[in-house]
Design a protein around this ligand. Sequence first.
Ligand code: UD1
Length: 416
Amino acid sequence: MQKLRIRGGKPLCGTVRISGAKNAALPILCAAILSAGKLTLHNVPQLNDIGTMLKLLEQMGVSTRREGETVILDAANLTNAAAPYGLVKTMRASILALGPLLARFGKARVSLPGGCAIGARPVDLHIKGLEAMGAIITIESGDILASAAKLKGAHIFMDIVTVTGTENLMMAATLAEGITVLENAAREPEVVDLAECLIKMGANIHGHGSDVITVTGVASLQFADHTVMPDRIETGTFLAAVTATGGDVHLTNAAPRTLDAVIEKLRDAGATITTTSDEIHVVSNARPKAVNLRTAPYPAFPTDMQAQFIALNAIADGTAIVTETIFENRFMHVQELVRLGAKIDIEGNTAIVAGAQKLTGATVMATDLRASACLVIAGLVAEGETIVDRIYHLDRGYDHIETKLLALGADIERIN
Ligand code: UD1
């Protein structure tokens, strides 16, 4: 199993190019199912989750071709409207195939994702929404079996803001008969990127980016060409790392407008951040100050940045209160940080982080994707050597992270 060895204490300096967004690319890859025409995507990140999604689409009969960061998909000959457990269990986002399969083929068999390290994460709202559109859905042998001769537009209210739920229903609605209104829809930039790609394919969508999305069904979707938005969580992770270690870094191919909540918190922590439309410059030359935060749906502070900010607060001046409101079990990184000398107490969904003067290297184990990023940041600031074990989580969501950190001057290497 691969690990990362990090010798901490070096500031990060230089330029890093941000990759395309994993959480935008995954639903957009599934959107290919909706059309018999080719979908050409640019700026697709090189990640294990993307590889898993391409495998899933290939076993359905979608032809896929990857040339660097460009992926060309052709679902003209899709024959198998199914997502088996073997692939779904490694990546929950496989559920995003359900809406498109049902909309284009009138049937789908998609394995239920089950639990995951950061909480129960049910898919009841995906199912309820599709049922409101006329689908008949049963659960058999752990699989969701869905059928509908033709989906019908519906008025759907989601009582919790769900990102992939909104994406699944928005994709299904593009080919439904009539108008679908999604209320309390997710406003995440990745939902907007998916909507923009669907519109290029011929879909009729309004209101994306607000909490009411209206989709008027069309008869079919066509070929399109789309560039995936920059990854705001990768961007935020590098910004938090520089704020923690100190340094001076330019981030290119970024989308600062999608990171307001994160940038504001980093400025509160003491970082100097300036932005243009697609670049961010971060400078940090003092010990960061502790920052309180509370995760919530976009545009508030993202749950996917909570772990990285716990690492930042672990060495900050002062005590921070960090409240997680999206996932019930998302503090698995805390016990690992404690092994490095962090002083953190958990009370329910709140972490109280008393900033320590220093962290000291140790062996730690990554438990999920963003927890891994948190441990890498902690390793970059800790004195001595930190070994981060189980980095396959990191490879699911960070494109060449150690190569990028190495180029910024970090002492980091991948070991077997
Ligand atoms: C997406 C992101 C993930 C991010 C999360 C929250 C992708 C591929 N993943 O995950 O990185 O952490 O948004 O920003 O885009 N819920 C229900 N019923 C449902 C669906 C969700 O109760 O049918 C609950 C979940 O358990 C959770 C909350 O809603 O408590 C938000 O989850 P959701 O937005 O659906 O997360 P994902 O879309 O899975």
